[in-house]
Design a protein around this ligand. Structure first.
Ligand code: PGA
Length: 249
């Protein structure tokens, strides 16, 4: 039985004060029957970390550098995230891939570095509209998955969550139909089975991301291979995130 896992990706939103307020609201209102994580911007991690400490609300970062330390102006190290008791890091988000040019190779380096330091990883994969319309969605997702997980050990795969986020559904209000999302989720599970085996694949949490809202979460999560959600816009307000994080599977 895979425990549903809902993650809120706040992206480049919320000052420290706004982040603290939202984290408190979630703690007050949530039932935490599902696994729940929030990923505030780097500048808010320190204060939010103090609030969620000892609670069931997990703390995530939205990205990290591909090296541990040194002359990398503007980057944030895995060691700095560990220092703030961050539990997990989102890697390979489509905005990192498409706006900041992150390759599968760079993402793989980050995945291995995060796992090496004991952070869990949410590895994002997903095709663009053009790739979907040209019939290449599965090939693109497979490449992102295989190259993103290269040399990740069978022991470490248990610490990886895959988030399937079709790029055309992110922040657009367009959601993949539950059936289309399920088809890719099953494809991802089968690819993981081919690399790691039956047990690892059956235990893998695969989140769906892309315009998840209180009104569509239940039908999406009802699909057999959809185990949770990575939520952007609707994660920015307690009134929209609480119903998502408390959905009933
Ligand atoms: P969205 O973003 O929910 O606003 O579509 C999802 C994401 O990018 O993780």
């Amino acid at each position: 039985m895979r425990k549903p896992f809902i993650a809120g990706n706040w992206k480049m939103n919320n000052t420290v004060g706004e982040s603290v307020k939202l984290a408190r609201e979630l703690l007050d209102a949530g039932s935490f029957k599902n696994k729940v994580l929030i990923a505030p911007p780097f500048t808010s991690l320190s204060e939010v970390s103090k609030i969620v400490k000892g609670t069931e609300l997990l703390l995530g970062a939205q990205n990290m550098a591909s090296v541990e330390s040194g002359a990398h102006t503007g980057e944030i190290s895995v060691l700095m995230l560990k220092d703030l008791d961050v539990n997990a890091v989102i890697l390979g988000h489509s905005e990192r891939r498409h706006i900041y040019g992150e390759s599968n190779e760079i993402i793989n380096t980050k995945v291995k570095l995060a796992l090496h330091h004991g952070l869990d990883v949410i590895l994002c994969v997903g095709e663009t509209l053009e790739e979907r319309e040209s019939g290449n969605a599965e090939a693109v997702v497979k490449k992102q998955l295989v190259e993103g997980l290269k040399d990740v050990s069978p022991a470490d795969i248990a610490k990886v969550v895959v988030a399937y986020e079709p790029v055309w559904a992110i922040g657009t209000g367009k959601t993949a139909s539950p059936e289309d999302a399920q088809a890719i989720h099953l494809f991802i599970r089968n690819e993981v089975k081919a690399i790691y085996g039956e047990k690892e694949a059956s235990e893998l949490i695969i989140q769906y991301g892309g315009s998840v809202k209180p009104g569509n979460v239940v039908t999406l999560m009802a699909q057999e291979d959809i185990d949770g959600a990575l939520v952007g816009g609707a994660a920015l307000k307690a009134e929209t995130f609480v119903p998502i994080m408390d959905f009933n599977k």
